[in-house]
Design a protein. Structure first.
Length: 151
């Protein structure tokens, strides 16, 4: 299975207990109306909530999104739009009313009051057949010396 990664617009999330932000899913197949004017209340959304601070630099962030949204991961940025290297740990997620709530423990390299967040998702999933030439046995997998494939 192959796909291209896309991202939702970046949002600012305050790292304070109970703070949250919504990101509207304003692209097909999440637009429910065929009208020219979108009804903001009925639009699907991804919600990020700073749930609790576990210890210094470590937050649990709850990500809530529709079941059909192909969530992959999140990227974090500081106030100067520089990438932050964040260690994440996924916990058990919950289903309810067509929504998935996924608590993610994020360990930041330092204390931040706000972070920019981009939610990445899979787009254009497709199956591609890949030729493999290998032998497997009790000793494990042995690679063969196959010449490179012609394009």
């Amino acid at each position: 299975m192959c796909s291209h990664l896309s991202s939702l617009p970046a949002e600012d999330l305050a790292l304070k207990e109970g703070e949250s932000c919504d990101i509207l899913l304003s692209f097909p197949p999440f637009l429910t109306n065929d009208d020219d004017i979108a009804n903001m209340e009925s639009m699907h959304r991804v919600t990020l909530t700073a749930a609790r601070k576990v210890e210094k630099g470590k937050w649990t962030i709850i990500l809530s999104y529709p079941e059909e949204f192909p969530y992959t991961c999140m990227e974090f940025f500081d106030q100067k739009n520089r990438s932050i290297s964040v260690k994440t740990e996924n916990a058990v997620y919950f289903f309810g009313d067509g929504t998935i709530s996924r608590p993610i423990t994020c360990t930041f390299p330092e204390d931040y009051s706000h972070v920019g967040v981009k939610v990445l998702y899979e787009q254009k999933r497709e199956i591609r057949l890949m030729p493999l030439d290998l032998t497997a046995g009790l000793g494990g997998i042995r690679e063969s010396k196959m010449p490179p494939m012609k394009k």
